[in-house]
Design a protein around this ligand. Structure first.
Ligand code: ATP
Length: 355
């Protein structure tokens, strides 16, 4: 960045690549179950990089591993296999004190507005708390907290209040102020508007967008709600049973999906359907997501896929860049889109429904 005028070094392809804030390499997170001794494969080998200044949306049904992924990105969970790099640094290799200093740059805001707030602390103290843990001086803590309170749209008198005196939306603004004081490189937003009244979700999403513009923040935005993710994301990753099915520019993923799962997810959404799908029949997602303890062989989506073929049970699809910056894991996807529904499969599903 900026080195072409001052450095003698010739430009390389790497110079035009955007800087990455966090990279996941073969990221795998397995949880042993307490009673049965089995393993929950919550995240089962994903590779991606989040670019500086972008909003990286992560979408998928409940149980697909989104929260586990988000927690791992901010080092709240350690990888079972593979690794996460923060701006090129592997946090797992840092000593205790270096890690403590490092992790303030990688923050998370949770779905439950109460999760991070101590009911006995005033709002000002709650906002100052992360700075105190980070070892900042009292004067800096107060100054930054007051500034952050205003920046998230809360009145100065809110400082003296307690969490129970605030609405859900106001508490979520406090949570945003808490992480903002640390000036982090990355904020993982885990279903941050899901618990809020529908009427104020837009305000909070707009606040995130304004803060991103002002402070050059990078977000990973986790949600099961397509309207949220399409509203705010630059790129979208579609997760299913611990794997990425598709990853690409938001507009391409929403308007011209490549994976049958993405198409089914979008088609299950009541409104608004992308223009390319308005005339298509709705493809309903049949059945429950299978257990991550024993995911299906080959392609994990095959047991619910309307386009399934015999090969899907035998061979795991490769992760392919089918179009520029647009990746998919499906044997039969083409640059034109997902494979057409398999008529035999459609008959089977109709029979199951009738039965
Ligand atoms: N600490 C844990 N111990 C055991 N299993 C876990 C643990 N955390 C998550 N899981 C399991 O891992 C799988 C993925 O969970 P995760 O919460 O990451 O999914 P999700 O996509 O965020 O779902 P939701 O939207 O419901 O939160 C689930 O089967 C869940 O039960």
């Amino acid at each position: 960045m900026g080195n072409t005028m001052t450095s003698e070094r010739p430009r390389t392809a790497a110079d035009s690549q955007p800087r990455t804030i966090v990279t996941a390499e073969g990221l795998t997170i397995h949880f042993p179950t307490r009673d049965s001794g089995e393993t929950v494969k919550a995240i089962d080998g994903v590779d991606f990089a989040v670019r500086a200044g972008e909003t990286f949306g992560v979408i998928g049904e409940s149980g697909s591993g989104k929260t586990t992924l988000g927690r791992a990105l901010v080092s709240l969970i350690s990888p079972t296999n593979g690794r996460i790099l923060h701006d090129g640094v592997d946090p797992a290799q840092l000593g205790r004190s270096a890690f403590r200093h490092h992790r303030r740059d990688y923050q998370i805001v949770f779905q439950d507005p109460n999760a991070a707030l101590d009911p006995r602390m005033t709002i000002l103290h709650s906002i100052m708390e992360p700075l105190e843990i980070a070892g900042e001086a009292a004067a800096v803590r107060r100054e930054r907290a007051v500034e952050a309170l205003a920046r998230v749209g809360l009145a100065p008198e809110t400082a003296k209040r307690y969490p129970h005196q605030l609405s859900g939306g106001q508490k979520q603004r406090v949570n945003i102020a808490r992480v903002l004081t640390l000036r982090p490189k990355l904020i993982v937003c885990d279903e941050v508007v899901a618990a809020l009244d529908v009427s104020i979700r837009g305000d909070i999403l707009n606040l995130f967008a304004d803060l991103q513009r002002e402070f050059g923040l990078t977000y990973v935005f986790i949600t099961h709600d397509i309207s949220v993710v399409s509203h705010i994301s630059d790129r979208i990753a579609v997760t299913y049973l611990g794997k990425f099915m598709e990853l690409g520019p938001a507009e391409a993923v929403i308007e011209r999906p490549l994976h049958p799962y993405t198409r089914a997810l979008l088609s299950a959404e009541p409104v608004p359907l992308p223009s390319s799908m308005r005339t298509e029949r709705r493809i309903m997602l049949e059945g429950e997501i299978p257990s991550p303890i024993s995911p299906p062989s080959g392609c994990r989506f095959r047991t619910r896929c309307p386009s399934v073929q015999p090969r899907c049970a035998e061979e795991e699809p490769a992760w392919r860049e089918l179009q520029a910056d647009h990746w998919v894991a499906c044997h039969f996807a083409t640059p034109a889109g997902p494979p057409p529904p398999n008529p035999r499969r459609t008959d089977e599903l109709a029979q199951q429904q009738a039965g």
